[in-house]
Ligand binder design. Structure first.
Ligand SMILES: [Ca+2]
Length: 373
């Protein structure tokens, strides 16, 4: 190493030399293996540093050419898929082929409405959220088997009259660890309804599997479990029983919320963290352009969020849900749902045929994604 202007060689202590090398590297940017990361938050050597988080494994394609798929649920290990616009429910075979098991009667697709969430209980009964003539409704169908030949059986309407609109229909269904059926709704464009305890809009609802109001709901006789939501399309529980939900914000903040019985999550008084009683702040919030979170799964202590507009699979540790890592940013397009995969990891449902995305060859697809260790 030479020092400019120095006419004679001089000894350079190793520590000084190392410091100079580090400074040189920092000034010229990463130059190859061993170069210093730009800051303390950069991933360790051996992973990408392009802002997309640790280099994720290549997804495996499970199914292709789906038409506006919205939800995936498993019955005895067999995946069922809802199609928003057609109202069809499909059964996915191990070879990736699909067959229709039936069409939900009376589905009226318009805007974000149509056939939305699916859930299956331990008795292999199928719960369905869809938009009908009189608003959104929750129905339960018998499933006649066996696998490979499932058909939709008789239907019972568990709850109807949930306000619907061209936008903000909510639509996710989930059976909680308490055996109850949770129903995520949207404000259906009527913002004030989210704060109205008498309205089913802008809420998370809790029902027995038969559609009755559980005796231990926050308000006697009411299916309302939590209020003040704009549009919830993701619900999941961690191993310790804590409930999380994803929520679309309007212009400012999308939310990840920790849901408690009787909680008020602020909309439309506040979007994102307000720090004002009695409203509950999100545990994490994102700009809608970076997020628009729909489906949510929790697998092996990791929250996994499928984002539409942000076109990213985002993970957060349950142990610290204020942190997050982005995966597959921009690689898969819009993401509608994420569920625990039957062989570990998660299954991710794309949503590029929904009229707001750019379909790629094979869209829409189900992809199997391993979770990073
Ligand atoms: Ca909120």
């Amino acid at each position: 190493m030479r020092t400019r202007g120095s006419g004679r060689p001089r000894a350079v202590r190793p520590a000084v030399l190392l410091a100079a090398l580090a400074l040189l590297t920092a000034c010229t940017g990463p130059t190859g293996p061993g170069s210093a990361p730009p800051d303390g938050d950069a991933p360790p050597t051996g992973t990408a540093s392009d802002g997309a988080g640790p280099r994720a494994a290549e997804p495996r394609t499970v199914a292709t050419d789906l038409d506006v798929p919205w939800s995936v649920a498993f019955v005895a290990g067999t995946p069922l898929i809802s199609e928003r616009d057609s109202g069809r429910i499909l059964e996915l075979a191990a070879d990736g082929s699909v067959r229709e098991i039936g069409t939900v009667p009376g589905v009226r697709h318009g805007g974000e409405g149509g056939l939305l969430g699916l859930a299956v209980d331990g008795e292999q009964r199928l719960y369905v959220y869809s938009t009908g003539r009189d608003g959104n409704r929750v129905q339960r169908f018998a499933l006649d088997g066996p696998a490979g030949a499932y058909t939709l059986g008789s239907a019972e309407t568990l709850l109807d009259g949930i306000p619907s609109g061209s936008n903000h229909n909510g639509g996710r269904l989930a059976l909680g660890p308490d055996g109850m059926l949770y129903v995520a709704t949207g404000d259906a464009g009527e913002r004030r309804a989210a704060q109205d305890p008498a309205s089913l809009a802008g809420k998370i609802l809790r029902l027995t599997p038969d559609g009755d109001v559980p005796e231990d709901n926050p308000t006697a006789g009411s299916p309302v479990f939590s209020t003040g939501h704009r549009n919830v399309q993701g619900m999941a529980w961690s191993a310790d029983g804590a409930m999380y939900a994803t929520e679309f914000g309007q212009n400012t903040w999308d939310e990840l919320n920790l849901i408690v019985a009787g909680g008020n999550y602020g909309w439309p008084e506040f979007e994102g963290a307000a720090g004002r009683d009695p409203f509950r702040d999100p545990v994490q919030q994102w700009r809608p352009s970076d997020a628009s979170p729909s489906g949510l799964a929790i697998v092996e202590g990791t929250l996994v969020v499928a984002n539409l507009r942000g076109e990213v699979l985002r993970t957060a540790p349950v142990a610290d849900p204020t942190a997050s890592t982005d995966r597959y940013a921009g690689e898969l397009g819009r993401l509608r749902d994420v569920v625990p995969g039957p062989a570990g990891g998660v299954w991710v449902l794309t949503s590029n045929t929904d009229g707001r995305g750019t379909p790629r060859p094979g869209d829409d697809r189900i992809l199997e994604v391993p979770l990073p260790r």
